[in-house]
Design a protein around this ligand. Structure first.
Ligand SMILES: *Cc1c(COP(=O)(O)O)cnc(C)c1O
Length: 405
């Protein structure tokens, strides 16, 4: 019999990391700026930028740090208003508050993507920057978003923490806005426990972020450029910003870089497996009259490691009963808006001074379920999860839905 799988553990770290970690342990060379050149963090930055097809990358201590540095790199003044989707992780509005800016929330639709009408309405003259958080790897209509942002000259930062491997209309998510940020926290596709990376083609933004991340004095020279032209552009940018910016010291350690580097070669497989698992379970869940897995947008190629679905026609007590029934069958389901102090429910972000009500997003969060679905799961485990969810809905609601009521 297949037991309910552990959906929280990450994959083992590739064995190739071990020799490098051993070397670092022997030499004690853990700080990225000790070695004269080619430190693991600098190599990771070069490899990640090449993998994404961009000029520059800066590895830092978390995706939150990358988002914070992105806002600082844009040189936003104190009090600048930054538009974000109301369905995201608390780290996103936190990075804005940390940068002395003000988060402005816009509505998110039932399919977990940005409501473009509300986005356009809120994108007024008071907005100085946008963070598009691709929450749980769901991509909003980036064509429409970039068109609206570009028309007003407003920079877009992509929070692609959970979107590595996701593609929008042939473009890698994270390369569409001016700056893209990714996470290496253990629930994400690349895992070093903690860590993050920002990517950009903008030499000035990169130079500012590198200095503020803690490249004091001339440590910026240890970053590896893609070409002599890029290097010349970067040097000019660093010359403009030398000694002009505060240091926040949000660097990544060599040990973390050594753990991430060999995983880049695993991304394509993890993406393919994650997508296969997600689509397999989605098809099974959609058979239930009580469950709806919203479909992806046409231009989106996903890289999921979890599945989100909406409960249909259930009252609040029935939703709670569904969660209990699923748990009794061995599958833990989180309804974003129902668990106490959930960090993805905007009403819990009480550190935002300006109180904002988003009725549409609230309604979605009260019926949207979240179940982890790691790429390493195999079909019997996927069957168990899907069957448990379908049967849990049946336990509570019965077999058929009275349409039209
Ligand atoms: C994980 C995550 C973050 C935060 O990443 P950290 O590296 O833990 O700071 C931000 N946004 C989204 C969408 C995430 O999934």
């Amino acid at each position: 019999m297949t037991l309910p799988p552990n959906v929280y553990d990450a994959e083992p770290i590739p064995a190739a990391a071990k020799a490098e970690i051993e070397r670092l342990l022997q030499s004690g060379d853990l700080f990225r700026y000790t070695a004269p050149e080619n430190a693991p963090v600098s190599l990771l930055e070069r490899e990640f930028a090449d993998f994404m097809g961009v000029k520059y990358a800066l590895a830092v201590s978390s995706c939150s740090a990358a988002l914070f540095l992105s806002l600082k790199a844009l040189g936003l003044p104190r009090g600048a208003r930054v538009l974000i989707p109301a369905f995201t992780f608390a780290a996103v509005p936190s990075s804005i508050v940390h940068a002395d800016c003000v988060p402005v929330l816009c509505e998110v639709a039932e399919n977990y993507r940005i409501d473009l009408k509300d986005f356009e309405a809120k994108l007024d003259d008071t907005i100085s920057a946008i963070i598009i958080s691709h929450m749980r790897g769901h991509t909003s209509d980036m064509d429409a978003i970039m068109e609206l942002a570009n028309a007003r000259g407003i920079p877009v930062i992509e929070d692609a923490a959970h979107s590595l491997g996701t593609v929008w209309d042939g473009n890698k998510v994270g390369t569409i806005g001016q700056i893209g940020c990714f996470s290496f926290q253990s629930y994400k596709l690349l895992n070093s426990g903690e860590g993050g990376i920002m990517i950009t083609d903008d030499a000035d933004a990169l130079a500012r972020a590198v200095i503020m991340s803690g490249a004091y004095e001339h440590n910026w020279k240890k970053h590896i450029a893609r070409s002599p032209e890029d290097e010349a552009e970067l040097e000019a940018a660093f010359a403009r910003w030398q000694n002009k910016l505060p240091l926040y010291n949000l660097r990544l350690s060599n040990l973390s870089a050594a753990i991430v580097r060999p995983q880049i070669a695993e991304v394509a497989r993890r993406v393919a497996d994650g997508r296969r698992n997600h689509d397999y379970v989605a098809t099974k869940l959609n058979i239930s009259p009580w469950i709806d897995v919203p479909s992806k947008l046409d231009k989106e190629e996903r890289a999921p490691d979890s599945i989100q679905f909406n409960l249909v026609g259930m009252a609040e007590d029935e939703i709670r009963a569904f969660q209990d029934a699923a748990a009794a069958r061995g599958v833990k389901v989180q309804v974003f808006g129902m668990s106490t102090d959930n960090a993805r429910a905007f009403w819990n972000w009480q550190f935002i001074e300006e109180k904002q009500e988003l009725p549409q997003t609230r309604e979605m969060l009260m019926k949207a379920c979240d179940t982890r679905l790691p790429a390493r799961l195999q079909q019997p485990e996927l069957d168990l999860i899907a069957d448990a969810l379908v049967r849990a809905a049946q336990d509570v609601m019965g077999n058929t839905r009275a349409y039209g009521t």
